[in-house]
Write a protein that binds this ligand. Structure first.
Ligand SMILES: N[C@@H](CCC(=O)N[C@@H](CS)C(=O)NCC(=O)O)C(=O)O
Length: 241
């Protein structure tokens, strides 16, 4: 019997777009269900009862949660084509390190600075978090700090990319999948923080353009103007300047 593969996500989520890009890289056909996060479906709530978040991959009725875990599951399950993870265990550990950096590590110091009572074990995505503070939650000094931290994190990632075409080396891999969904949010961050990723991190921006030329990425990621309009509309609705 054919596999059933369903992704629960939202069009603008970096996390669900990772999953969709990974499936397309593997040439796996899947069904996609757009969730309304203000009115989560019973299927989402029962599939991810702990976090109640998208994305969820439901493979033959079995749910898998957390985007980077899902991407690794996809790589292991459809392992005949386009490996996303390196074959060498050391390189694999390194790829996981950078995936982890993108989602969590740098946020340890962010959380400390923002709220001393918060537990460091709470995972709060770093790049995502800085970006969110840039366009939404902060103003004045806090926004300047968010901008500085965001650019610093981008520079660290640019350093890791080095002269390689992809984080995965010659081929598009796990870290590329983990980070490229942020690419279509750069315009929004730039607009709020009044900076240019191109000027700050030209090699990283060249990597974004290179990735955007891939069919999987181009198919999944929304136009950055659509993201800007979406954020502008939310800010207007909530009276954020
Ligand atoms: N660490 C999670 C993060 C997922 C996440 O933050 N999803 C957001 C949308 S971008 C969500 O479902 N938010 C709904 C909520 O918090 O209630 C992952 O990588 O899958």
């Amino acid at each position: 019997m054919a596999d059933t593969i369903l992704v629960l996500g939202t069009w603008n989520s970096m996390f669900s777009n990772r999953v969709r890009i990974a499936l397309l890289e593997k040439g796996v056909e899947y069904e996609y269900k757009e969730e309304d996060l203000s009115n989560k479906s019973p299927l989402l709530l029962e599939s991810n009862p702990i976090h109640k978040k998208i994305p969820v991959l439901i493979h033959n009725k079995r749910p898998i949660c957390e985007s980077l875990i899902i991407v690794q599951y996809i790589d292991e399950t459809w392992n005949k084509t386009s490996p996303l993870m390196p074959g060498d265990p050391y390189e694999r550990a390194n790829a996981r390190f950078w995936g982890d950096f993108i989602d969590k590590k740098a946020s340890d110091f962010l959380m400390l600075r923002r709220n001393h009572t918060r537990s460091l074990t709470v995972a709060d995505p770093s790049i995502y978090d800085c970006g969110t503070r840039l366009y939404w939650k902060s103003k004045g000094v806090d926004r300047d700090e968010a901008k500085k931290e965001f650019i610093e994190s981008l520079k660290v990632l640019e350093g890791e990319l080095g002269q390689k075409p992809y984080f995965g080396g010659e081929s598009f891999g796990y870290v590329d999948v983990a980070f490229i969904p942020f690419g279509c949010w750069f315009n929004t961050y730039e607009k709020s923080g009044k900076f240019s990723v191109e000027e700050e991190c030209p090699k990283l921006m060249a990597w974004v353009r290179r990735c955007m030329e891939r069919e999987s990425v181009a198919k999944v990621l929304p136009d950055s103007d659509r993201i800007c309009e979406f954020i502008d509309a939310i800010k207007k609705r909530f009276g954020v300047e």
